[in-house]
Ligand binder design. Structure first.
Ligand code: BGC
Length: 609
């Protein structure tokens, strides 16, 4: 329950406005389009309640000024009042899931998997506060974050969006992160959105959008529990998940959306669908619209189909297959959030004090990200105390991820699937740049195999290896044809098959070039520190064996400096595994499982002291 929503003054404003709205205006409030698919005129003519940017969708040159101009234009249209249209401020949504990651020059924080290793709820709250300011700098007021997925299978392409396989860590972060974003709903705050409701991290074989088969009690214990602290902190919106629970898609699940979330848990904000999420309920889109609304979804992310959605929903109401009460409930919730957040009292985006603020991407913000990187690193091996490195040593830096900001930021950074190279991530430092900053004599070998190096020239090598960026189902690891067909596990509706990242979790198979680089250097007798950039606990048995020291850096984001700080011992290792590190691809193991025989157990992490 959010006290601002329960405020009698807010309630009165909501009822007053609701009583003056036409059906078209109400349905418009329930509709969210994508910026590429609607103009400001559409917002006014169809009374759209919200517009979003999908991953990588950005106006103009993707600078804060472009975003403020765009938000201002949509906002302006939503606030033009005339005989056909009521002035109701639009709410603009983005995936600011590790900083305001879509925008050029933003501070990019480590992805959630790294933050899970920090075990530091206070840090998470500060990260959320910085993220809120970088969102406000763009004239935007809503982020689809935090993700509360409890990822139970490291084959899933979204593991990095999850803090932990253990609901305890996710629960210890969720309330603070929401508080950090939403604050007191004053000028420094944005609207948060916990996602994806519910069971997204529990799908069989870790298939994105797949099927989570669990008893109600297990669903509650593993996947629902982290939502309680977020609701207590007053989170204003919840996003429904693509996955099914015991054969039924969450987008059409009245028990989960209405009975559990709204009635039992008392959620009083609004529920948004995921991107085209209702499309998979059934092949008949008209039916799908009715099923989603009647399940209790309040606002619909219908990026392209929004006009059809509007006309179908109008027909449902006319025919009585969706009741006017349900429409009023949905719109009441949407207006409640808009009033509670003070959206009606805000100046237009161009005139807001945080818009284009100089703190966007500032050193102060980057310092918080650097601290997060430092605290997220997990030291897995340190033979002969090779680490910390000596700044005066002759250091060779190699590996494909050494000087690659795109790779160290991962998916959902500037582009939906992320980027490669240093071109698109402005500000920040690659891991190589961080090392060079502390040890100016260090040498970068861009030759992947590093075979050309002269071993006598070096005391030690740092080899930065790992995955390339990916997002959602395109990051899945799917082994076996059956599993590929199960893609998206469309129990009902159209089958959507995305090409997965690979067919094995074995790093030596996925990225043989990495083992090649490590071996080429190690064979020359140079002690090797391996730094792994990855969105999950891939199988590293062979790389680990070759390495003298081994560090899991996750997807550290824009501040590669934080990695260097720890490698040189300016700060100690602090991170502990929030995910079990397996020895083999299958069976998937999580903390507490029978026959738990990991490479490194949950909670593992060495340090200097
Ligand atoms: C993802 C969501 C995201 C949405 C909007 C979907 O594909 O599942 O997590 O918030 O897109 O970009």
């Amino acid at each position: 329950m959010n006290p601002s929503i329960q405020d009698p003054v807010v309630k009165k404003k909501v009822e007053d406005l609701l009583s003056r709205m036409s059906l078209d205006q109400k349905i418009g409030q329930m509709t969210q389009s994508e910026r590429m698919e609607c103009t400001p005129e559409d917002v006014k003519n169809y009374h759209l309640g919200s517009v979003l940017s999908g991953g990588g969708s950005a106006p103009g040159e993707n600078l804060t000024a472009d975003w403020v101009d765009m938000s201002d234009a949509y906002w302006g249209a939503s606030m033009e009042q005339d005989t056909n249209h009521l002035a109701i401020p639009l709410i603009y949504g983005v995936d600011a899931i590790h900083g305001n990651n879509n925008i050029r020059g933003a501070t990019v924080f480590p992805h959630n998997i790294g933050l899970g290793a920090t075990n530091d709820p206070g840090l998470l709250e500060r990260i959320a506060q910085v993220t809120a300011k970088e969102i406000l700098a763009t004239g935007v007021e809503w982020t689809f974050a935090p993700t509360l997925a409890v990822a139970r299978d490291n084959h899933w392409g979204r593991v990095y969006e999850s803090y932990s396989e253990d609901p305890a860590i996710v629960s210890s972060y969720s309330g603070g992160f929401v508080r950090g974003l939403q604050g007191d709903l004053g000028t420094d705050s944005v609207v948060g959105c916990v996602k994806h409701w519910v069971g997204d991290g529990g799908t069989s074989n870790g298939i994105d959008q797949g099927e989570t088969t669990l008893s109600r009690a297990e669903l509650e214990r593993l996947h629902i529990s982290p939502y309680y602290p977020a609701l207590e902190a007053g989170v204003l919106t919840v996003m429904v998940s693509f996955n099914s629970w015991n054969g039924n898609k969450c987008h059409g699940h009245k028990v989960l959306v209405t009975d559990v979330l709204k009635d039992k848990m008392g959620f009083d904000g609004y529920v948004i669908s995921d991107w085209d999420g209702i499309d998979y309920l059934t092949e008949d889109y008209y039916q799908a619209v009715g099923m989603g609304v009647n399940a209790g979804v309040d606002m619909f992310m219908v990026p392209e189909n929004w006009k059809t959605f509007i006309s179908h929903l109008s027909s449902h109401v006319r025919l009585g297959t969706v009741s006017m009460d349900r429409i009023d409930d949905a719109v009441r919730r949407i207006l409640s959030v808009k009033f509670a957040y003070g959206l009606f009292d805000k100046p237009r985006p161009a005139e807001r004090s945080w818009s284009n603020h100089q703190s966007f991407g500032s050193d102060e913000h980057r310092q918080v990200a650097r601290e997060a990187v430092q605290k997220s690193l997990v030291l897995l091996k340190n033979q002969g105390n090779l680490l910390p490195l000596n700044k005066g040593s002759r250091i060779l830096v190699a590996g494909k991820n050494a000087d690659n900001l795109g790779h160290q930021c991962g998916g959902f950074t500037v582009a939906w699937q992320g980027t490669s190279g240093n071109e698109f991530i402005e500000g920040g430092t690659s891991i190589w740049e961080g090392i060079r900053g502390l040890s100016p004599t260090a040498v970068l070998s861009r030759d992947a195999s590093a075979a050309m190096t002269n071993p006598q020239d070096y005391d030690v090598a740092v080899v930065v290896i790992g995955e390339r960026p990916y997002a959602e189902g395109m990051g899945d690891i799917r082994s076996g044809d059956d599993v590929i067909i199960e893609a998206g596990s469309q129990i009902k509706g159209a089958l959507k098959v995305l090409e997965p990242y690979g067919h094995t979790l074995e790093l030596a198979d996925l990225h043989p070039e990495d083992l090649g680089t490590i071996t080429a250097i190690a064979e020359q007798g140079i002690p090797t520190v391996v730094v792994l950039v990855s969105g999950r606990t891939v199988i590293i048995n062979r790389e680990l064996e070759e390495a003298t020291a081994f560090v899991a850096a996750w997807l550290p984001g824009s501040e590669g400096q934080g990695v260097a700080d720890v490698l040189f011992g300016d700060t100690d290792f602090h991170g502990k595994l929030s995910f079990t590190w397996p020895k083999q691809t299958r069976p998937t193991i999580n903390k507490g499982d029978e026959n738990y025989d990991p490479l490194f157990p949950y909670g593992f992490g060495l340090s200097y002291s």
